[in-house]
Design a protein around this ligand. Structure first.
Ligand code: ADP
Length: 166
């Protein structure tokens, strides 16, 4: 049976920190679904549309040659999407203890909703422990782009949105 894992997030935009987790998960699983889930509390507060974020995920996966990961999106609850798609494993990246507290309770809730679902946590690479999509967005606002934070593909999309480096 094909082993599939889902890596949920907002990916606004996808960073090299996310892609490091995806790369490592793609070596353990046959297929990784990188899934954009709209947090209803953050609705309308994203910088990029779902379509733009999917495009940046797909472009970055191609650029890094990760060929067993695909992008997806759903409006519903993660666990219900996983049941529909017969996916049993959630991958989460952890950067700091502060991530852990939130992710721990999310994992408990998901387990309550479906006892067959497992959440696996992967530690961030130390190079990316400070990196988040909000750091990338903030720097892009000043037209600062760093190739050790994002792929060339995302860099091009940010330049289209914010303009070239000063
Ligand atoms: P962000 O927190 O950057 O806005 P998301 O909400 O899209 O990112 O997060 C999706 C998942 O990726 C979460 O499990 C989050 O902990 C993880 N993640 C985000 N950035 C990193 C990173 N630099 N290293 C490891 N995991 C990360």
């Amino acid at each position: 049976m094909k082993r599939t894992a889902i890596y949920p997030g907002s990916f606004d935009p996808i960073t090299l920190g996310h892609l490091d987790i995806i790369q490592r998960a793609s070596e353990i699983f046959d297929h990784v679904v990188v899934a954009i889930f709209e947090n209803p509390q953050k609705k309308g507060k994203h910088m990029f549309s779902v379509e733009e974020r999917i495009d940046m995920i797909e472009g970055s996966l191609r650029e890094l040659g990760i060929d067993n990961a695909t992008a997806a999106t759903s409006q519903g609850l993660l666990v219900r999407y996983m049941e529909e798609q017969s996916i049993k494993v959630i991958i989460k990246g952890l950067r700091a203890v502060s991530d852990f507290e939130f992710e721990f309770s999310m994992a408990m809730v998901n387990k309550k909703l479906n006892d067959n679902i497992e959440t696996l946590f992967m530690m961030t690479d130390t190079n990316y422990s400070y990196l988040s999509s909000s750091v990338v967005r903030e720097l892009a606002g000043y037209r600062e782009y760093h190739s050790d934070l994002i792929t060339h593909y995302v860099h091009r999309r940010l330049v289209e949105r914010f303009g070239a480096d000063p």
